[in-house]
Design a protein around this ligand. Sequence first.
Ligand code: PRP
Ligand code: MN
Ligand code: MG
Length: 182
Amino acid sequence: EKDMGTDLEKVLISKEEIDAKLAELAAEIDKDYAGKDLLIVGVLKGAVMVMADLARALSTPVTMDWMAVSSYGAGTKSSGVVRILKDLDTDIAGKHVLIVEDIIDSGLTLSWLLSNLTSRGPASLRVCTLLRKPEAAKVAIDVTYVGFDIPNEFVVGYGLDYAEKYRNLPFVGTLAPHVYGG
Ligand code: PRP
Ligand code: MN
Ligand code: MG
């Protein structure tokens, strides 16, 4: 176990809970996409851990692509301004696409991404997210696969960062308020 130091307040979701939930989600996805070609799209950088573990939990053969968008910069609040830092390598027209995210907070990133990808003409477009904060939603988003609904606290770990730190924690934890001036 990594040293949590004094920056973290508590473990919110353990590695074991994440693994169990991803196995459940993978079973649903396997069932829903049986016989179809599925492209999973990970949203860098936060979704790297979910993509890696979800992809390995799936029985369905998938192809994987990545987009890098960022709306947070170094702060703790979404700016709402989404920048494409890296686009998909592949044309998604006519393909079954599943966007994989680590967290839906305000929903602004995904809302923007959904309209962007919809305009490219995929056969279907759905969302899978490990975490969602219902109390923080600024836009309603139709999400097919949700791991955990969590309270409106600043969380880090398992891909999620604060100023690029804590992404490699194997669990999801809450950050102590003193770290971000709370
Ligand atoms: C985080 C997170 C989601 C998004 C959710 O990404 O990984 O992609 O914010 O926030 P929202 O629902 O309020 O838009 P971030 O922009 O921090 O980039 P990162 O994945 O590289 O950390
Ligand atoms: Mn992200
Ligand atoms: Mg971030």
